[in-house]
Design a binder for this molecule. Sequence first.
Ligand SMILES: [Zn+2]
Length: 258
Amino acid sequence: MRKDVNVYLFDPTRKYFHIVIELENVPGALRSVLEVMHGLQLNILGSFSSVDSSAMLGVWSGFVEDSTHTAPDLKRKLSASAFVHDAMVVESSKGFLVDGVHFPLAFNTGTRAVMMGARPLANMLGTVNEQYGSGGNVILYEEGRSYGEDTGSDYLVKLGGDFIVSNMAEVLKLYQALGWFRVAKVKFDAETGTLLLHAEENFECSGVDSRVPHSHFVRGHLEGMVTTWLGRPMEAKETLCLAKGDKHCEFLITPRAP
Ligand SMILES: [Zn+2]
């Protein structure tokens, strides 16, 4: 199932609102707010909610469509709920609504994030490959590896090495959670430190036509990540590739020869 993030809406014939509600983090609070919205017959087009457990507050944020209310109206009616601390309502301008409220973006772990379109990002990486050939591929691989080491260290602190090693297949789904590729198959042998991974719809290789394996950035990232997790130098090879016409990209990550 796809995960949508509200960025903007545009239809000059419609009226949209961005509703952001800060509410108490107690059972029933969100239900109460949704009931108010149901009573107002708002058409919810996309939303997210998050919780700051230290402050005992939650946030519900959504894009809605409605042609009968004004922003002050909605704010007043939503604020009437005993669970609501604060409500912000922003109306679209000539059918254009953009999320100008939330910044920065963050993963639910608190780490700041930036979003980019998968296609332009893949094209950007592909340009390095086209312009500089094998030298460009080395740059992409090194960039990926550096990023992988950085991310890998972060996960190592948060999850612990023992947990990662004994739950490798589950932990690798982090790539899927971030939209890089779908994790289809993982075979990890903790004894030999060998990892085989099937990556479906790898963003780096989707829509690309190549005679040779095309994933250098993601391959480097996997290598950096697994090297950090296992605490020994690893080498990642792309043994099957979507860009070559294979069903998916396959990565084989093995201990680097001394
Ligand atoms: Zn590939």
